[in-house]
Design a protein around this ligand. Sequence first.
Ligand SMILES: *[C@@H]1O[C@H](CO)[C@@H](O)[C@H](O)[C@H]1NC(C)=O
Length: 205
Amino acid sequence: MLRKILDLVLTTLAVQSVAQVPYVAAGKYPQAPELSFLYTAYVDCKGSIMSEDGPRGKRQAIPIVGGNFTGPRLSGMLPPGSQHRGTGAEMPRYAADHFLGQILDLGADWGTADPKTGIFSADTRYNLRTDDGADIFVQTSGPTSPLGRLHLRLLFETGHKEYYWLNNIVAIGTLTPVEVGVDSSVLRIDAWNFARDWNRTPWKG
Ligand SMILES: *[C@@H]1O[C@H](CO)[C@@H](O)[C@H](O)[C@H]1NC(C)=O
């Protein structure tokens, strides 16, 4: 009995103290961190080659077979005659602030659908190759949002000195279907990362 009264008093106190916190006042939240644009990728996928109920829900295996990516803050070369996606203008052969890389025919999305909600979450591994030859291993994951896009976390891994900073970034992205066919699809991924100053990594020695 005493225990119950004590619980009631503690609960009441807790509710009152929460209610007194002026947490909705403007400017009281910490400022949201700034993101900087990383790249836009177009990912070519084949139709799922597996769709099975398992211990983690319905797992698919969707081959990632190609595509490309471009973004500022990464150096590289553009092939002759490359056109700017937005304006159609011809890009210079060497562009200091743009690059065009390819997505290799190497990966897949082993995403699952949550059996409790039906919400699909991506779970991918694939490889990027920059135009100047750096190989970058990418892992992404994240759920379908209520508006139908996927929200992604992206992890990068590379041993290439010019792109080594990618190992240290924390990146997020959105995935929007561009074309969806019976046996193939094209997906657009826009990616950003914390900290605009990540564009080179000083090496020791
Ligand atoms: C990038 O890939 C997409 C999807 O495959 C394609 O439509 C687009 O033409 C490619 N862009 C370039 C510059 O090759």
